[in-house]
Write a protein that binds this ligand. Structure first.
Ligand code: FAD
Length: 304
């Protein structure tokens, strides 16, 4: 007879790993579907230093620990891409993947978020050839070179600081006249010698030949345009939810983030969302893990 799972967890980032631990310990008949290497966004993190009890840990190592811990309870796992949820309103729903389909009484969507693109000319063309969205992944290619980072939030400023240790010179193009990054990070940026902040500056175009060799910028107060020679461009202008499974069926905000109640249930009974995909005030590992745990408790209430 075909298995009907108690729950299917989609995603193996911090939210999906926490959900797997809690589902395993609750002895739910659970399946986790992750399309890539488990760990989610923290695989791209140089160092995680804000998870209580785990001081300064390399992102890759923390991802590995999260995964190994979550796998220890023996839930079933598939390395597949979930494509859609069929019969979302029915008591038994079907998760269709690129390899098969699975029936379940509930679903916990932990598909996270990914970087936002700027959409300027040259950005897509030179992605992987000088344009990057991950300083810790690609920064090593720019030893003693000149790079531009775009953005003014925590990720952009952290990326600029990280690159300042590798590159000869780093420019940080900030649209406003202030940094949105948190205090310590912003202060460090203001006092790093080879890091120059270009205030009120926006990227208009990425240019090059085989690889990036220059950018066109605009000072948005004076409207003065300039060209600048750079070897690399790192874009860090926020994230958007990976919400394809829910965007058509569940209630979302205008940015596509999914609304849940305090049990992590979406607008559809039996479909839960946890982690960065949710509407929430803080998108971090600690809140993603918390969401995953709460979602399993929500699933248990729902199944009862
Ligand atoms: C560069 C960077 C640095 C960061 N540094 C920190 C930090 O120092 N401290 C901190 O607390 N937070 C940090 N964060 C934020 C933190 O990584 C996220 O808040 C957290 O990873 C969110 O976890 P998540 O499980 O919700 O989603 P994600 O980590 O995005 O994981 C989602 C997972 O779902 C999988 N998936 C998506 N769609 C499907 C599908 N259709 N089928 C199957 N699988 C799917 C993806 O492959 C991925 O593995 C950082 C983020 C970045 C990008």
């Amino acid at each position: 007879m075909e298995t009907i799972f108690d729950t299917i967890i989609i995603g193996g980032g911090p939210a999906g790993c926490a959900a797997a631990v809690y589902a395993g310990r609750a002895q739910l008949n659970a399946l986790r579907i992750e399309m890539g290497f488990p760990g989610g966004q923290i695989l791209n993190t140089n160092e995680v230093d804000n998870y209580p009890g785990i001081p300064a840990r390399n992102g890759m190592d923390l991802a590995n620990d999260l995964y190994e811990h979550s796998a220890k309870y023996g839930l079933e796992e598939k390395m597949e891409q979930a494509l859609r949820i069929e019969d979302p309103e029915k008591p038994v729903k079907t998760v269709v993947t690129d390899m098969g389909s699975y029936r379940t009484r509930s679903v916990i969507v932990c598909s996270g978020a990914h970087h936002r693109v700027l959409g300027v000319p040259g950005e897509a063309k030179y992605t992987g050839r000088g344009v990057s969205y991950c300083a810790t992944c690609d920064g090593g290619f720019y030893k003693d070179k000149v790079c531009l980072v775009v953005g003014g939030g925590d990720t952009a400023v952290s990326d600029a600081l990280y690159l300042s240790k590798v590159c000869r010179k780093v420019y940080l193009a900030v649209r406003r006249g202030e940094l949105r990054a948190s205090g310590i990070t912003a202060q460090a940026a203001l006092h790093t010698e080879n890091l120059e902040i270009l205030w009120h500056t926006e990227l208009l175009e990425v240019m090059g030949e085989m690889k990036v060799n220059r950018v066109r910028l605009i000072q948005n107060q004076t409207k003065k345009e300039t060209e600048m020679a750079v070897d690399g461009v790192f874009i860090a202008v926020g994230i958007q939810p990976t919400n394809e499974l829910l965007s058509e069926i569940a209630r979302t905000d205008e940015g596509g983030f999914v609304y849940t109640d305090e049990n992590m249930q979406t607008s559809i009974p039996g479909i839960f969302a946890a982690g960065d995909i949710r509407v929430k005030p803080l998108r971090q590992i600690i809140t993603a893990a918390s969401d995953g745990a709460v979602a399993v408790s929500g699933v248990m209430k729902y199944l009862r």
